[in-house]
Design a protein around this ligand. Structure first.
Ligand SMILES: [Zn+2]
Length: 91
């Protein structure tokens, strides 16, 4: 009986880890598919968020805070808007 409980707990752990990794993988795939800045600005000439029209934005790196690939998201609703590469990373 103890072995059965241990096996169930281990299975729950692995299923939970699989779900977390799958969700994270989907989020990263969606971020990599975001339009580049100039394409986004062509489609949305106003600089506000396409969902809530807020003009406040936050910026973060794709993989970590130092990543030259930057993601811009709405500070109000959190919608990720576009990506760009830092100019100093191109030099
Ligand atoms: Zn927004």
């Amino acid at each position: 009986m103890d072995i059965l409980i241990s096996v169930i707990i281990i299975c729950i752990f692995f299923i939970g880890a699989f779900v977390v990794i799958t969700i994270h993988s989907r989020q990263m795939k969606a971020r990599r598919a975001l339009p580049l800045r100039h394409l986004y600005l062509q489609q949305h000439p106003s600089t506000g968020c396409s969902r809530c029209a807020s003009t406040e934005q936050r910026e973060f790196g794709l993989d970590d805070n130092q990543d030259p690939k930057r993601i811009i998201a709405c500070a109000a609703c959190g919608k990720e808007l576009f990506q760009f590469v830092r100019d100093d990373a191109l030099a």
